[in-house]
Every structure is written in C-alpha cells, then in structure tokens.
Design a protein around this ligand. Structure first.
Ligand code: KIV
Length: 267
C-alpha cells in the first residue's frame, strides 16, 4: 500500500518541479479508484452542490454535507492527501466559527487540510486556522461562493486593477500560511505571473498550463455533467452514455425475461 501523502510531500513535489495532480471526489468508490491510480490530492469540493445534489450553485451546501462526503472519501483513500472545502458561511462571518468548522472537518471528517475561498479579505482567518495546525489551501480568481458579487461564473483578472488585486490576494494567502493556492478562471499569463511571484504551489483550474498543478471536477472529465461544460475541461470519457445504454439494456432484459437467467439464479 502506498504511503499516506502529507503537506510535506506536496511541498517536495513542488520544489522538485513535479506537477501536482488533484481531482475532486465525493464518495468511497471514486476516491478508491483515483487513490489507486496515484492521484496526489483529492478535493472534496463543495462543487458537490451541483455534481451530486443538483443545485445551480455551491451556496446551499452545508457543513453536515461536507462532513458526510469527506468521511466516505477518507475511507476510500490511503495515500492521497484529502482536502475538504469549507462551505459558504462556515468561515466568512467570524474567525472563531471558521476555526471551529475547520477543526470539525479534520476531527469528524478525517480530512488532512481545508480549502477556503478568498484573498486579502480572508487572510486573518487563514492565519488563525493555520495557527491551529490545520493546513489550508487558498482559492482565488473565479470563486464560486462569490457568484452574486461576480455576477456569474466569469473569468476574473482581465482588467489591470483586478489583476493587481489577484496578485495581492495570492501574496496575502501565502503570507497567512496556506500551503497551496487554487487559481480558478483567470487568464493564463496572470496565473503564470502569480505562480512565479509566490513560493507555494498553485493549483490551476481554467488558469492555463503554467501552474504548479491542476485540479478538475471528476464529473466533468467523465462527462457526467451534461448541463454545462466549461472550456477548460478536458473530457476523458462519456460515462453518461455508458450509464444510459446500461440502464436501457437492463430495462429491456427485465421486460423481455432475459434477465435474470439461470446463471443469476440459485439452484
Ligand atoms: O468545489 C470544487 O470542486 C472546487 C474546484 C473546482 C477547485 O473548488
């Protein structure tokens, strides 16, 4: 069995120049498969709000839901580092609440680290959580929990002022003690500049090829999200089609009596 990865191993990959691989998972079987395949980190993303629960945004996702999914991902993995998203309103209002909720994701969920959206505005909260020895991954750019401020899922940092703010955010998150930083939905040249201006790994999603690693939502790469497919996703399979044809075949077999056969029956 492969050794459990820690933040020290992630730091080592970064200093060696090895690109860091991250995918989301929300349950035991997916976590087991990607862990066995050798993924470096698994993110229990609050994207489960849309991929698993069918909401349009991540905003309704609760701490209880994050804990529930984190436990099953942790049970399915033995080597990947497990990061869990702090859901909307579990950290924004109060630093004390944020510390307690981060602690719950580690203690009750079994995660190894938490991810928090925001930059300079949330740096004090990141520092307080890191100070409790809970490793933190930052997340700036297109931050889905800020959808109402951003006016939709839009690429961020196209204007000079926004780009300057994102650079300042990245430095604030690093300064606060985060061990990695997610860059979502920002122009590739800006992601490169941010990556070169800080000394923690950047994990890109829709942020070009020059980040220290990449993260994607597993449902997107498997073709399980039919509603919306962002430009930055590479689809590796069409699992929706596999499920659809399997279910069609099952319905046909049951209806025409070819299932169950003798081989599926007890003598
Ligand atoms: O919730 C999530 O899956 C994420 C990734 C898209 C980075 O935050």
């Amino acid at each position: 069995m492969a050794k459990q990865k820690t933040v020290v191993d992630i730091q080592k990959l970064y200093t060696e120049g090895t690109r860091i691989t991250v995918l989301t998972a929300y349950d035991y079987p997916f976590a087991r498969i990607m862990d066995e395949a050798g993924i470096d980190m698994i993110l229990v993303g609050d994207s489960l709000g849309s991929t698993v629960a069918g909401y349009d945004t991540t905003l309704p996702v609760t701490m209880d839901e994050m804990l529930y999914h984190t436990r099953y991902v942790v049970r399915g993995s033995s080597s990947a580092l497990i990061i869990t998203d702090m859901p909307f309103m579990s950290y924004q209002a109060d630093v004390r609440d944020a510390c307690i909720n981060a602690g719950r994701l580690i203690k009750e969920g079994g995660a190894h680290a938490v991810k928090i959206e925001g930059g300079e505005n949330i740096a004090d909260t990141i520092a307080a959580i890191v100070n409790m020895d809970v490793p933190v991954v930052g997340h700036i750019g297109l931050t889905p929990q800020s959808i109402h401020r951003m006016g939709g899922f839009k690429v961020q940092g196209r204007k000079d002022e926004q780009a300057r703010q994102l650079l300042a955010d990245a430095k604030a998150v690093e300064q606060a003690g985060a061990f990695a930083l997610t860059l979502e939905g920002i122009p590739a040249p800006l992601a490169k500049e941010i990556t070169e201006s800080i000394s923690i790994p950047t994990i890109g999603i829709g942020a070009g090829a020059d980040c220290s690693g990449q993260v994607l939502v597993i449902h997107d790469i498997l073709g399980l999200c039919e509603k919306y497919s962002p430009k930055f996703v590479k689809r590796y399979a069409d699992v929706t089609e596999i499920i659809r044809t399997s279910v069609d075949s099952y319905i046909r077999d049951v209806r025409d009596g070819s299932f169950p056969g003798e081989e599926h029956s007890f003598k």
